[in-house]
Design a protein around this ligand. Structure first.
Ligand SMILES: NC(=O)c1ccc[n+]([C@@H]2O[C@H](COP(=O)([O-])OP(=O)(O)OC[C@H]3O[C@@H](n4cnc5c(N)ncnc54)[C@H](OP(=O)(O)O)[C@@H]3O)[C@@H](O)[C@H]2O)c1
Length: 314
C-alpha cells in the first residue's frame, strides 16, 4: 500500500503496480498536462495510463515532468496501436519520445486486431467497402514475439495485452516465453465479465478495468442501485463503482481532467472498497445479469474477438 492508501498489486513477474491509475483517453492535450501534474503532485496518483492512439502523449509527458515527482516513482503504461503490430519497437520508440522517458513500466497490445500498416489512414484504415482494413496475413503470435523482444531489451519492464478475450489469449499463450502480466478490458458493473475474470485469475494475469465509470455520459452514475448503496455508506456513486472493482484486486483506470474528480476518485475508491459489504457486492455482481448488461466501447472490428456480449457486427 502507498502513502495515499492505494493498494498495490503484484504482477506475475514480481513487479508491483499501483491499483489506481489515471486514464487519459479523450483528455484534451491542452487540459491533460495540468490534470496529470495535479493527479501526481496533489492527489497522490503514481500510475498513468496512456496510449499512442490517444494522440496526447507529449502533453501527458509534460504533466509527469511538471509534477516534480521522480520518474522512478511513477508507473507509466502505454499501448501499441493496431496499425503497428508488425513494427512494435518503432511504435514504442515514438511513445517513449512523446512521453520524454527512456522506458515504460508496462506496454500493452491495444487490440488483438492488426490493421493494414500501409492502408488509407494511419489509425483507422478502411477498405473500399467502408470496413476496417484488417491485416489478415499477420499472426498475433508474431506481435507478441516483438513485445517480448522489447521487454528483453529493457525498453519496457512488463508486457501485457488489452481487449483480449480468452480465445485471443489462447492464440498467444502456448508459444509465449514471457507471459502477459495484465489484460486491460472494459470492466464495470454493467459489463462485469465474470467468466473472463476467472480465466485471467487461473492464468495469473491481472485484470485492469477501463471505463470503470462507464465512460463519457455514463448511465452508471445515475443507476438507482448504485445510488442506494452510495447513500447507505455516505459516499458518491462514482466511489461505489470504483471501490467495487478495487476490492476485487482489479486495477482501475478512471479518467478525469477535473481536479476535484481526480482527487475524489482516488480517495473515494479506497474508502468505498473498505466499506462495501457482502450484500452490496452480491447486488453489484448481479446487476448485469439482471438485465443491465451493456458495453460502452465497441469499435466495429470486422473480426470475431471472442467476447461474450459483443454486439453483432455487420
Ligand atoms: N484499452 C482500451 O481499449 C481502453 C478503452 C477505453 C479506455 N481505456 C483507458 O481507461 C481509461 C478510463 O476509461 P474512459 O475514459 O473510457 O472512462 P471512465 O474513466 O469510465 O469515465 C470518464 C468520464 O467520467 C467523467 N468522470 C470522471 N470522474 C467522475 C466523477 N467522479 N463523477 C462524475 N463523472 C466523472 C469524466 O469527465 P471529466 O474528465 O470531464 O471529469 C469522463 O467523462 C481511459 O481514459 C483510458 O486510459 C482503455
Amino acid at each position: 500500500m502507498s502513502d495515499s492508501g492505494v493498494p498495490t498489486i503484484t504482477l506475475n513477474n514480481g513487479v508491483t503496480i499501483p491499483g489506481i491509475g489515471l486514464g487519459t483517453w479523450q483528455s484534451p492535450a491542452d487540459q491533460v498536462t495540468q490534470a496529470v501534474a495535479f493527479a501526481i503532485k496533489e492527489a497522490g496518483y503514481r500510475h498513468i495510463d496512456c496510449a499512442w492512439a490517444y494522440g496526447n502523449e507529449k502533453a501527458v509527458g509534460e504533466g509527469i515532468r511538471a509534477s516534480g515527482v521522480p520518474r522512478s516513482e511513477i508507473f507509466i503504461t502505454s499501448k501499441l496501436w493496431s496499425t503497428w503490430h508488425s513494427r512494435v519497437e518503432e511504435c514504442l520508440d515514438q511513445t517513449l519520445e512523446n512521453l520524454g522517458t527512456d522506458y515504460l513500466d508496462l506496454y500493452l497490445i491495444h487490440w488483438p486486431v492488426p490493421l493494414n500498416p500501409k492502408g488509407n489512414h494511419p489509425l483507422f484504415p478502411t477498405l473500399p467497402s467502408g470496413k476496417r482494413d484488417v491485416d489478415q496475413e499477420w499472426d498475433l503470435k508474431d506481435t507478441w514475439r516483438q513485445m517480448e523482444a522489447v521487454s528483453v531489451k529493457g525498453k519496457v519492464k512488463s508486457i501485457g495485452v488489452s481487449n483480449f478475450s480468452e480465445a485471443k489469449l489462447e492464440e498467444i499463450l502456448p508459444t509465449a516465453t514471457v507471459k502477459p502480466v495484465v489484460d486491460q478490458i472494459e470492466l464495470h458493473v454493467y459489463n462485469p465479465q465474470h467468466k473472463l475474470l476467472e480465466y485471467l485469475k487461473s492464468k495469473g494475469i491481472v485484470a485492469q478495468a477501463y471505463s470503470p465509470l462507464g465512460s463519457s455520459n455514463s448511465p452508471l452514475l445515475k443507476d438507482e442501485t448504485i445510488a442506494e448503496i452510495a447513500k447507505k455508506h455516505g459516499v458518491e456513486p462514482a466511489d461505489v463503482l470504483l471501490g467495487y472493482l478495487l476490492l476485487k484486486d482489479i486495477v482501475i483506470l478512471p479518467k478525469s481532467v477535473t481536479p476535484a474528480r481526480i482527487a475524489s476518485n482516488l480517495t473515494g475508491a479506497v474508502s468505498a472498497s473498505n466499506k462495501l459489504d457482502a450484500t452490496d457486492i452480491e447486488q453489484l455482481d448481479g446487476l448485469a445479469a439482471n438485465g443491465k448488461q451493456k458495453r460502452f466501447i465497441t469499435p466495429p472490428w470486422p473480426v470475431d474477438l471472442g467476447f461474450e456480449n459483443w454486439p453483432k457486427l455487420a
